[in-house]
Design a protein around this ligand. Structure first.
Ligand code: V55
Ligand code: FE
Length: 484
């Protein structure tokens, strides 16, 4: 069958796959990249090398493509390259899509039997000197930071024994220790979560095997000084729905949500605190004081993903998918009381929550979000009727105030990244950046601003001469972690 996107309504216009690897030496810069900004912005996104077998499949099943903006001395080089997973290589050789619905091997073509269907498209991090592209249904894929060439799956020298690894591991900002986990750790549709600590040199130092109240998407966790917080909510699956040939997840608004509270140290049990319907896909961070935990997260009232349909047939509700910044307080003396929820900045909508990572696992003051706000204008004739994320905002949780940089009326802005001004700069002081695509000329750029004056607008726009691959998550890696 000829390769075409015509019968894929979700892959038109700005969503049309940009399937090429690319390299741009010395990008055009409008404005000035700050002289002190030195490092690499690594990002990873999802691009269909071959269109999905099913036009209604989840975009989360598209192939991973890693990219890098390398910044030093006021200039920037760019490169992008597919992560060469077994699935990517098999499809490339067959010149067609061999895999079926997102994380449902029962829907794969016979030629895909025995080949991993993972796509390494969700996050990309540097840890213990290695660049790792992450997808929560498999091990990390190691990528060469200089060339973006794929090296292969990474299991921390055999110390990491779960078959799956989250896209959102947490690294303690003071000790450098990683707290990470894999869910569906005992096979497809299992409710097993295996939790690990990994030393800064990459040695696995502990493994604990727990069971979730039910199988759900455990996309992100949070850590405080003393606890690991594990959100479980109605994004559910099971062998029955997989055998029935459906996309991996469905939304069930009738099951309780939980936040699992697990001690970081020792062998204490996880306490599952229950609450009403919600989807806590991403967290900012958490802190604890005297057994009272405060967790801040980006949360929606119900299903945030239209491509994972309701299991009871309820229509998707965009209002209930709106994601806002919320605080959850749990008193461990009274876990049966559940949690107290507070919406902190109700006018700001955004799902990709970030902090100054140097404060991960410790009391923190600032959150960062690429977000939409009624006072941030956009050109509806170009962008469509839904307010796009077009502002980069820093939220002060101590004072309840927010500072924001408007990026442009015709820009769709991806996740924010924060770059500290120096290794020991005060919390939240430095630069923000985000990948964006301008819908007027369909070309991409990296927008850079200074936290000292976000309202002044971007300091620099690093311009690409094409629309670069989309992004799920990205991370700024300063030159003091990985030399440019
Ligand atoms: C998410 C993204 C994924 C995935 C599961 O944003 C959850 C949440 C890009 O892939 O596979
Ligand atoms: Fe994520």
């Amino acid at each position: 069958m000829a390769l075409t996107y015509a019968n894929h309504p979700a892959l038109q216009g700005p969503m049309e796959p940009a399937r090429f690897a690319s390299q741009v030496h010395d990008c055009e810069v409008v404005g000035e990249i700050p002289a002190g900004l030195k490092g690499t912005f690594f990002r990873v996104g999802a691009e269909w090398l071959y269109p999905p077998k099913f036009p209604d499949d989840s975009p989360f099943a598209a192939d991973g493509i890693a990219s890098a903006f390398r910044i030093a001395d006021g200039s920037c080089d760019f490169a992008a390259r597919f992560v060469e997973t077994p699935r990517y290589l098999a499809n490339k050789a067959a010149r067609r899509q061999l895999f079926g619905y997102y994380r449902n091997p029962f829907t794969d073509e016979p030629e895909a039997t025995g080949i991993s269907g993972t796509v390494s498209n969700t996050n990309i991090i540097v840890f213990a000197g290695r660049l790792l592209a992450l997808k929560e249904d498999a091990l990390p894929y190691e990528v060469d930071p200089a060339t973006l060439a794929t090296i292969g799956p990474h299991d921390f020298g055999g110390g990491y024994s779960a078959p799956t690894f989250t896209a959102h591991p947490k690294v303690d900002g003071q000790t450098g220790e990683m707290i990470t986990y894999g869910y569906e750790a005992e096979g497809l549709a299992s409710n097993a979560i295996w939790v690990y600590t990994i030393a800064p040199d990459g040695r696995v130092t502990s493994e604990r095997r727990i069971a979730a109240p039910y199988l759900s998407m455990v996309h992100d966790i949070a850590i405080s000084q003393n606890f690991i917080l594990i959100p479980v909510y109605g994004m559910v699956s099971g062998m029955e729905r997989l055998r029935a040939g459906k996309v991996h997840w469905g939304w069930d608004g009738t099951v309780p949500s939980y936040i699992g509270v697990m001690p970081r140290r020792g062998n204490g049990d996880v306490v599952w605190v229950a609450g009403p319907e919600m989807a806590m896909v991403h967290t900012f961070s958490a802190s604890d004081d005297g057994g009272v935990i405060a967790l801040i997260a980006a949360v929606s009232d119900s299903n945030p993903f239209p491509f994972f349909p309701d299991v009871h047939g309820k229509p998707f509700d965009p209002a209930k998918a709106r994601t806002t910044i919320r605080k959850y307080v749990i008193d461990l003396a009274r876990p049966a009381d559940g949690w107290r929820e507070e919406v902190l900045f109700p006018e700001w909508a955004g799902a990709l929550s970030r902090i100054d990572e140097r404060y991960c696992g410790h009391p923190f003051r600032y959150g960062f979000l690429s977000a939409a706000h009624p006072a941030m204008p956009y050109d509806a004739a170009v962008m469509g009727p839904r307010p796009p994320s077009n502002a980069l905002a820093r939220f002060d949780f101590a004072t309840g105030t927010v500072e924001a940089m408007h990026c442009g009326e015709t820009l769709a802005v991806s996740e924010i990244a924060f770059a500290p001004r120096s290794p020991d700069a005060p919390e939240g002081d430095g630069w923000v950046m985000a990948f964006a695509t301008d819908y007027t000329d369909m070309k991409s750029q990296l927008v850079i601003g200074d936290t000292a004056n976000l309202a002044a607008g971007p300091l620099a726009r690093v311009k690409l001469p094409f629309r670069a691959p989309g992004q799920i998550h990205g991370n700024w890696v300063p030159d003091w972690v990985l030399p440019v």
